[in-house]
Write a protein that binds this ligand. Structure first.
Ligand SMILES: [Zn+2]
Length: 251
């Protein structure tokens, strides 16, 4: 199984152990620092920690952490240039499989500027992006994102994450890949199962987004087992368990 969006820096070795033992082979570790930073060098240090330290910690438990780095909307009180420079380097060296997570949250001017710049870098370097949608004002912020994307990036590189039953209709007809996050206070496994049942398995990736916030690092295996229990077709289950993620991230 592949958990397509976690925050490995906020989880301990015991979680990595449980994830691996529950059948998760690969997880995509995204960048997000839960506190405002005012200096690019400090954020750079956070990103390098994910790349060089958390990947090794997870590997000790058998879990293969692939890495997505970028400037999360929470961390946009920055100039950004030092991070953009490093993004080019990490992409060139194939250190990262995506720019992420990026997106909009409060719709501040800084957020827009940094979001658009990262989309441009992704398009220029043919790199995937993992796009966050917020808990608050999700529909409104998603509308903004949907307006910006076509001016900056081709849909094949984009996953729009944290899609839930309230907003799925807005994006189901688009060419973007869609992320389903099963996490306490966000969406439970039953809602994820009903979305897959109603809209099919082809467009979706599954993840736990386990972070510092209330989280369940095993929400991907629990959702997969629920699908199995309810008798869904194994071919479809394999798509959401790993097939779609391998295809989208090309690993
Ligand atoms: Zn996240």
């Amino acid at each position: 199984m592949i958990d397509t969006h976690i925050h490995g820096d906020s989880r301990n070795g015991e979680d990595f152990d449980k994830m691996y033992l529950s059948g998760i082979d690969v997880a995509v570790a995204c960048a997000y620092y839960p506190y405002n930073q005012y200096d690019d060098a400090i954020l750079l240090n956070h990103l390098m920690r994910i790349l060089n330290y958390d990947t090794k910690r997870a590997a000790e438990y058998g879990l293969d952490l692939k890495v997505a780095l970028g400037i999360h909307p929470t961390n946009t009180n920055l100039d950004g240039e030092l991070i953009f420079e490093n993004l080019y380097k990490w992409i060139e060296n194939e250190d990262i499989i995506a720019i992420g997570e990026i997106g909009l949250e409060d719709l501040s001017d800084n957020e827009y500027g940094i979001f658009k710049r990262q989309l441009d870098i992704a398009e220029e370097t043919k790199t995937n992006v993992i796009i966050h949608t917020p808990r608050k004002n999700k529909a409104e912020v998603l509308d903004e994102i949907l307006e910006i994307l076509p001016q900056h990036i081709s849909p094949e590189y984009v996953v729009i994450d944290h899609i839930n039953p309230d907003v799925v209709e807005k994006v189901i007809g688009t060419d973007y890949t869609l992320g389903l996050t099963v996490q306490p206070q966000k969406m439970d496994k039953y809602d994820a199962v009903s979305i897959l049942d109603e809209y099919g398995f082809d467009k979706f990736l599954l993840n736990s987004d386990c972070s510092y916030k209330p989280s369940d690092p095993l929400s991907v295996p629990k959702t997969i087992r629920e699908l199995k229990k309810q008798g869904f077709n194994q071919k479809d289950i394999d798509k959401i368990a790993f097939g779609n993620a391998r295809k989208f991230f090309r690993f």
